[in-house]
Design a protein around this ligand. Structure first.
Ligand code: GLN
Ligand code: ZN
Length: 759
């Protein structure tokens, strides 16, 4: 028999029950027991659902009230000093204070840092190691959950983040507490955890080491061997799980570690399966991740079986099957998407459906394809309809892609010449001031959008309301004395959704939520087909806004890479082709804006950096197509039209070449928190175009002082010639309130004026 299992299930619940319960708990509306009960109910529901689907082993320990990496820190007693934890069991509110800085009880303190989990849109809390970090088993949660599942008759496979990945994901400000140096101290606690799990009857334990798909420094590589030799003595069988990519140079290492089984990602890296099977010792289990845990497409079961059947021949019962990675990254249940059309729906599988797919594969492997005939027929039918659908394959889009030539990804003249005509046309002062696009999304705006969506107000009434908001934002900006204005994005719910809703080729779900961090969930659109722009998307708003002022009005678009990165993207063609389609649609929008008299157009690419592949070798290829797509979107305009881009992060050192390659006339970036030091990368590279380094942090409600901003800009001018500097905030203002926006921007304009006088 083939063994089936899962690496992790989404914990938020099909209606985001966990989000609502934790937020109620934080607001003091429900007590601890009620929150914990919601957690228990969700676990039970999800375990039973996986059991009913027929999985042989079900993950326990993948559930978390906030974040699974934080849970590990808590389990090992890694609580930074500032939370005043005296040792012993870590309580719920201490955990929440580490996550969010505050909780219903306990003194507030600065929250732990949050960062992206590999190349996903999930964010984990970074474990913080200090000189006096001592590891000690400090939480019973994992064991309690194992007991809980056992009592329900669930075939339990506890899940742990492996010691090396745990340390790798952590950080330390103190070199004496460098993560790897802590390994010796940490391993006994892992030993203890494994003992306890064995005591609770666990046979297999899943131990995740996703860092095995990264470029690992030699010391870390080496540490794997000693670590797993030590853990070998534990009285359980370890299934070492790797995912998100190929093992590549870590393949021999992973295949030879003294564990009972190895899980590999056969969706992202199908090419590695044969080599791993060859390398694996004859007594070890090979778990083949065959169902995509990172995307929402239905598995082509017949194709998967074509690959699995020979493996089954070769490995016999040592073949296990599972999703490629934890299903945390996909929505819970397609069953509730009652508004998707039947055709599109038939192409999809969410977490609930994915465990059923794993089960169907098992049926077919163990009892022949006839045994899973219904599942196979449905899968084949979906594959065929998707391959032939007119919505996916639009000849006009294909023809246009074929006609793309090198000229289309280049502006008419180099920046130095463009700058001359742009400056003549715009006639801006030195240190021109602008903002990043959005102004406060007030309750009034949100209420109007809700009313409109619910049919309580007409499209006309909604439009009027938005125009009123835009007019207000324009008047305010004129009053503050800003130089390049924006319309304020009142009409946009979200910077991707707004465009996706107007483009053909994108679809939206009702409940397709995935956890982004803590209680925050996102609902990525589905980019399923060839992208067509049936009509202009922003032109009327921009034209309206420009008519209200003599100052230049900046048009505002979301760039092709970001449109891709924040969606579930079709998997039947390379991502770069899909990106090119979006770029072509945006190119038409850009030229339409130009034709409507808009002289400055910003194309936001906040997600460019997060699209970077996990392996360094793949960076160049990605950055080349990403930059080319951006330029295709941007380059249909005349020299005198000024193209801006915006990115809200502050790490440019390793991608500065690609940033220059975008050839945007102006780039606005986040810098306020880095004290302008990040401009060193631009300086060292001799970055040739204009830059607007953010002079204040929009994430904080604090009003920035004039002197503070002047000082920052002077630091900027030490690195970039003043003639190429702009003055702007770090990012959009949609999350702020008008009073603070007003104070902050008035101060910012005053700062710019002082800088001009100082020249
Ligand atoms: N133009 C967008 C805004 O101002 C940019 C948002 C972003 O960078 N994430 O809100
Ligand atoms: Zn931003």
């Amino acid at each position: 028999m083939t063994t089936t299992h899962n690496l992790g299930f989404p914990r938020i619940g099909h209606r985001r029950e966990l989000k609502f319960a934790t937020e109620q708990y934080w607001r003091g509306e429900i007590d601890r027991d009620t929150l914990l009960r919601t957690g228990r109910e969700l676990r039970e529901r999800h375990w039973k659902l996986q059991q009913a689907a027929g999985l042989d082993l079900i993950p326990v320990g993948d559930f978390s009230l906030y974040d699974q990496v934080l849970d590990h820190a808590v389990m090992f007693g890694v609580v930074p000093r500032r939370f005043g934890h005296a040792g012993g069991p870590v309580d719920l509110d201490t955990m929440f204070r580490m996550a969010r800085g505050r909780a219903p009880t306990g003194t507030p303190a600065a929250a732990c840092e949050m960062t992206k989990w590999f190349d996903t849109n999930y964010h984990y809390l970074v474990p913080e190691f200090e000189t006096d970090t001592r590891f000690a088993l400090s939480s019973e949660h994992l064991f309690e959950q194992v007991e809980e599942a056992g009592a329900l008759g669930i075939p339990v496979k506890p899940v742990l983040l492996g010691p090396l990945s745990f340390l790798w994901l952590g950080k330390s400000r103190d070199t004496r507490a460098a993560p790897l140096a802590l390994l010796e101290q940490l391993l006994p606690v892992y030993g203890e955890v494994l003992e306890r799990l064995a005591g609770l009857g666990a046979d297999w334990v899943q131990i995740d080491e996703p860092i095995l798909t990264l470029d690992l420094p030699a010391a870390w590589h080496k540490a794997f061997e000693s670590t797993y030799h030590r853990l070998q003595s534990a009285p359980v069988k370890l299934l070492l799980t790797t995912y998100f990519g190929a093992l590549q140079d870590n393949l021999c290492l992973a295949a030879n570690l003294p564990v009972a089984g190895l899980h590999i990602d056969a969706v992202r890296a199908p090419e590695q399966v044969a080599a791993v099977a060859d390398w694996l010792a004859p007594h070890k289990v090979l778990s083949v991740g065959s169902v995509d845990g990172r995307n929402i497409w239905r598995t082509d079961l017949s194709a998967a079986l074509d690959r699995l059947e020979p493996l089954r021949e070769a490995l016999g019962e040592r073949l296990w099957i599972a999703p490629s990675c934890s299903l945390l990254h996909v929505p819970v249940d397609l069953g509730q998407e009652d508004r998707l059309d039947a055709e599109l729906r038939s192409w999809l599988a969410f977490a609930t459906q994915k465990v059923e797919e794993v089960s169907a594969l098992k049926q077919a492997l163990d009892r022949g394809r006839e045994a899973a005939v219904a599942a196979l027929q449905a899968s084949d039918a979906a594959v065929h309809s998707r391959a032939r659908s007119q919505r996916l394959h639009r000849p006009e889009v294909r023809e246009r892609m074929a006609r793309v030539d090198a000229r289309m990804s280049q502006r008419q003249h180099p920046y130095s010449e463009r700058a001359r005509v742009q400056h003549q046309r715009l006639n801006l002062p030195a240190f021109p001031t602008t903002t990043i696009g959005s102004f406060p999304q007030t309750d009034e705006i949100r209420a109007a959008r809700r009313d409109f969506k619910a049919g309580r107000i007409t499209a006309q009434a909604y439009d009027d309301k938005m125009r009123e908001q835009i007019a207000y934002a324009v008047r305010q900006q004129e009053d503050y004395g800003l130089d390049v204005l924006v319309h304020g994005e009142a009409e946009r719910n979200d910077m991707v959704e707004y465009f996706g809703e107007q483009l053909e080729g994108y679809a939206f779900t009702r409940y397709g939520w995935v956890q982004s961090y803590g209680s925050r969930c996102v609902k990525p659109p589905i980019l399923f087909g060839d992208v067509v722009r049936p009509h202009p998307m922003t032109v009327e708003w921009a034209r309206y806004a420009q008519a209200l002022t003599d100052k230049p009005m900046k048009g505002m678009l979301t760039g092709p890479v970001t449109m891709l990165q924040w969606a579930f993207v079709r998997d039947d063609q390379p991502r770069e082709e899909t990106c090119l389609q979006v770029a072509l649609a945006l190119r038409d929008e850009v030229t339409d804006l130009e034709a409507a008299g808009i002289g400055v157009i910003q194309i936001d690419e906040p997600a460019l950096r997060e699209g970077l592949p996990l392996r360094r070798d793949d960076w160049t290829g990605y950055l080349a197509w990403a930059a080319r797509c951006f330029r295709i979107a941007a380059s249909g305009v005349r020299d005198e039209t000024q193209i801006h881009t915006h990115m809200c992060y502050s790490e440019f050192n390793d991608i500065i070449e690609a940033i220059a390659d975008l050839d945007a006339d102006v780039i606005t970036i986040e810098t306020a928190r880095s004290d302008m030091e990040l401009l060193d990368a631009f300086h060292d590279f001799d970055y040739p175009n204009e830059i607007g380094p953010g002079v204040y942090d929009i994430h904080s409600p604090n009003r920035p002082e004039v002197t503070q901003m002047v000082e920052l800009m002077r630091k900027a001018a030490q690195r970039i010639p003043a003639a190429r500097l702009w003055v702007n905030p770090d990012c959009g203002l949609k999350t702020r309130g008008w009073p603070e926006v007003e104070d902050s921007l008035r101060n910012m304009v005053t700062a710019a004026r002082q800088l001009r006088r100082m020249q």
